[in-house]
Design a protein around this ligand. Structure first.
Ligand code: TYD
Length: 207
């Protein structure tokens, strides 16, 4: 039985920032350190939330519906996976969380952030990540990286102006709670980004 305190770390960035590669870097470092590691993602992480993800990524809908579905998915995910894992002392690594809702639905879609804040309080009851890694880079660079990727979903198909609004949405969340965030400049080689990431994790006590 792990008596240690759990950790909740989320990873964010615009599509094409390189998040997927670096999630594996973090997971590997944590496993080598001997922690119980739970890797999960949003929207998703439970059967109900994965069904909602499928709808959000592929069916047309208005921004309020989109926001309600991502928060419904989040509620299920928190109750079924994240809170139980933290309670037993696991280290939880989540590929996107609520900052993505403020960035994509708030910044990208222009949806009312006051409504998102109410949903955040209602669904999370004060739960916030201990540390959030934000991979930041110019949207034009991210778009070039995505150009040869698989068929785009409803978000990946957006233009550079949309991703500029998403990026600014992330940076506003970071400015509002700077102590929670580590901003990693992602416009570098994967090795350079990985080294900066591991150094930041050690500095924050999440390595
Ligand atoms: P992403 O995390 O990039 O997964 P993959 O690596 O499989 O493409 O895809 C999830 C998409 O969902 C991403 O474009 C951002 C979007 N999203 C929102 O719009 N709101 C949210 O609250 C979350 C968590 C994600």
């Amino acid at each position: 039985m792990n008596q240690g305190k759990g950790r909740f770390v989320t990873v964010e960035g615009i599509d094409g920032a390189g998040k997927t590669t670096h999630l594996r870097t973090i997971e590997q470092a944590w496993r080598e350190a001997g922690h119980e590691v739970v890797c999960t993602r949003e929207p998703g992480g439970t059967p109900v939330a994965e069904s909602l993800r499928e709808m959000v990524l592929h069916q047309p809908m208005d921004p309020l519906t989109e926001s309600l579905l991502v928060f419904a998915a989040r509620r299920d995910h928190l109750g079924q996976v994240i809170e139980p894992a933290l309670a037993r002392g696991a280290w939880v690594l989540c590929d996107r969380f609520t900052d993505a809702t403020f960035a994509y639905q708030g910044g990208g879609r222009g949806f009312d952030e006051a409504v998102l804040s109410q949903l955040e309080q209602w669904v999370q009851q004060g739960r916030q990540p201990d540390v959030t890694i934000l991979f930041d880079l110019p949207p034009a660079v991210a778009a070039a990286r995505l150009r040869d990727a698989r068929a785009p979903d409803r978000f990946e198909a957006q233009d550079v102006a949309f991703f500029e609004r998403v990026r600014q949405g992330y940076l506003r969340r970071q400015a509002a709670d700077p102590g929670r965030f580590v901003v990693v400049q992602a416009d570098r080689t994967p090795d350079e980004v990985g080294a900066a990431l591991l150094a930041a994790l050690r500095e924050r006590g999440v390595a």
